[in-house]
Design a protein around this ligand. Sequence first.
Ligand SMILES: NC(=O)c1ccc[n+]([C@@H]2O[C@H](COP(=O)([O-])OP(=O)(O)OC[C@H]3O[C@@H](n4cnc5c(N)ncnc54)[C@H](O)[C@@H]3O)[C@@H](O)[C@H]2O)c1
Length: 319
Amino acid sequence: MKNSVIVSGGFGFLGSHLVDEYLKQGYQVVAVDNFCTGSRANQDEFKKEIAEDRLKAVEADVSQSWTPWLNSIQNLAPVKYIFHFASPASPPHYQKLGLETLAVNSVGLGHALAAADEHKARVVFASTSEIYGDPSVSPQPETYWGNVNSFGVRSCYDEAKRFGEALIYTHNLKHNTHHGLVRIFNTYGPRMNPADGRVIINLLMQAEKREPLTIYGNGEQTRSFCYVDDLIAGIIGYAQSHWTTPMNLGNDHEFSINQLAETIQSIYPDRQLEVRHLPLPQDDPQQRKPDLTLAREHLTPWTPKIQLREGLLKMRACL
Ligand SMILES: NC(=O)c1ccc[n+]([C@@H]2O[C@H](COP(=O)([O-])OP(=O)(O)OC[C@H]3O[C@@H](n4cnc5c(N)ncnc54)[C@H](O)[C@@H]3O)[C@@H](O)[C@H]2O)c1
């Protein structure tokens, strides 16, 4: 076994795909999760790897000290990376778990950094496009500072991620370390929690059940959607690099929510789906599109390859 990789939030949507990828590459993997939004069904997909001891599954709250569970792992190969991906991620989840969201991206990240320094590993923190808030420039480059409400329904998530970024910056400066972070734009794919309320899984589940598609506001707000395989390739490329400053990862094809609903209708040609409009939630961003210049230049040959319709078809096949 070459090295090990620790993934916090390892049985959530993105974490489980990182676990998959590093297992394929022959790493020993430690996935730690408290299942507050993740799924035991995701863990069950790895029964074989857990039985073979290639994957160590730890149930713990990563906002608490990591020492008890980390020290109890037998035969841990040298740790190369710690991916700190634990955090409620969808608005319904982080609004219900607001204090936990603040804790895991601050105190929890602090534990990840301490563990990484002890094991001479590199942390990659899952930051988000939400740090740009409701942006006044589009596409958003990493140099844009954002337009964020620090005192509102989304602030427990947006500001927690901004704090996490500041913690990485300051920790690197003070301890001469090389931890980094990726700013992830809306990503979708298999193993998303069907109940987590994010737009693609929401609309797909409604289409599956022949229910009306819910669109908030007039549906002209835009998002750019990245298929999970493209994102994971970018995260792995970033981890391998010496990059410590923020890097956007996602897909830069921008769609309105109305166009997304039309695309979903097109992959269900056997049914006519109605659309139901609901009021726009507070602080909902009007546009979201990454400037991917940095990632394309520095993670070469990375670029998102899977476009929306193809990705939706792949995801539908796994529902
Ligand atoms: N999916 C996206 O489009 C997206 C976009 C931007 C940023 N992100 C970030 O990527 C990360 C993963 O998001 P996701 O979409 O996979 O969400 P998810 O909810 O599917 O996964 C998060 C996982 O973290 C676990 N978790 C949360 N708090 C924990 C704690 N205190 N201790 C241990 N485990 C805990 C949850 O149980 C879950 O398994 C998050 O940090 C999120 O903010 C995701």
